[in-house]
Design a protein around this ligand. Sequence first.
Ligand code: F0G
Length: 464
Amino acid sequence: MREVAFQRCILPQCRATVGLEETAFRCPRCGSLLDVDYEWDRLSLPATMAAFEAKWAQRHSPLELSGVWRFRELLPFAADEQIVTIGEGQTLCRPSARVASYVGMSAGQVYLQYEGLNPSGSFKDNGMTAAFTHARIIGARRAACASTGNTSASLALYCAASGLMRGIIFIGSGKISYGKLSQALEHGVLTIQIAGDFDDALMRVQEVSRQLGIYLVNSINPFRLEGQKTIMYRVLEALRWQVPDWIVVPGGNLGNVSSFGKAFAELYACGLIPRKPRLAVINAAGADTLYELYQNRGLRWNGGEYDRQIVETYMAELTASQRRADTLASAIEIQRPVNLPKALRALELCGGTVAKVTDEEILDAKAQIGAGGLGCEPASAASVAGLRRLVQDGVIGRDETVVCILTGHVLKDPDATVAYHTDDRALFEAKLGRRGVRRAAFANRAVQVPNDINEIIKAIELFA
Ligand code: F0G
């Protein structure tokens, strides 16, 4: 008898299945990406999403405390005693009047899902707890990833906190912010800085993991994406199980959008939600592969028959022109997203769209989010900047309900924040100007005052 949980090729034309214990994370028959899939009709699901609220009373239990595993009936691939949790997923979803006004929407219609509250400061912990659980099931002793900084911070933290595995991270030299690099160093993983960027690092880590049999925790790992589905369950929970009209998410390696699309497709198929929200993915203009393929070259999932020639041609153009991803939003500075096919599928399942925004738009949006009371890193703010564009373009209506995902904490990248608010023109130019940022519309400059009580009082009365 087949297990209730297994891995399955994403292509409807193939559908090959693979056991839970396999770690190649590619279809053995056709080489495509894999999903974790379930025999839903052999599982017992709650009758309604609201039934999950009963777990709030059991927060003394680590599995019910976890914002991931209290939904474990919806990612049922592990027995309770196999689960590795460090209390991830204690996140907030809050309306932001300031952001609503900034993007031109009605007050009360824009919510911010703040994933910066996770133990390592980003949404990655939702996926890492699931990947570590799978790694424990199969008895892995070493785990690796390539990263723009957050996956590596999360991996490092789970290694340190669980003591189950040795961690190895691959990062592009000079490509990750200090907040994130400091986490990897502090938690004690082997940090390999390679001369190249994320796309190079991801290629190498796959090669090395294959050769040395090291467990890979990048989002090509479908167990990661199972954990990230719970971000959407918590959004629904915060909205008291009402489905919003739109979810807006930054796009890098396209794990989140893939995971969100899967979450909603499953909930819909199981009769737990009456309709699916639409998904909007926001690229940085300097790392806009999905935008280019989807909006300019018309690439669509097309029931799995997506036009591979379009992708290959574009990738060959990138190679020939030696163009590299380049954005201040270093978390999404990615040009060859590994989850592209899954993202296309999610966009089809949920009627999605793709937009792109400049670094200046990202930083202005970030300052507005911050002034409204939640601090995020640049990549996260792409969601709000993208929402503003989509409202301006009439794609999203001002009275629709929208949730923007704030993927990482403001402290992840203090350099970007300080450079935006500085009155030091040289610093501004060095960090932001060279990336095409001309002005900081919402800069909150520090005030220079002599060390003199009267001058200090004068300064306060002038400004506050
Ligand atoms: N936002 C932040 C803060 C991220 O760290 C990432 C990805 C994304 C958005 C994009 O998410 O890949 O699911 O589309 N960071 C990865 C990393 C690549 O290595 O930390 P995605």
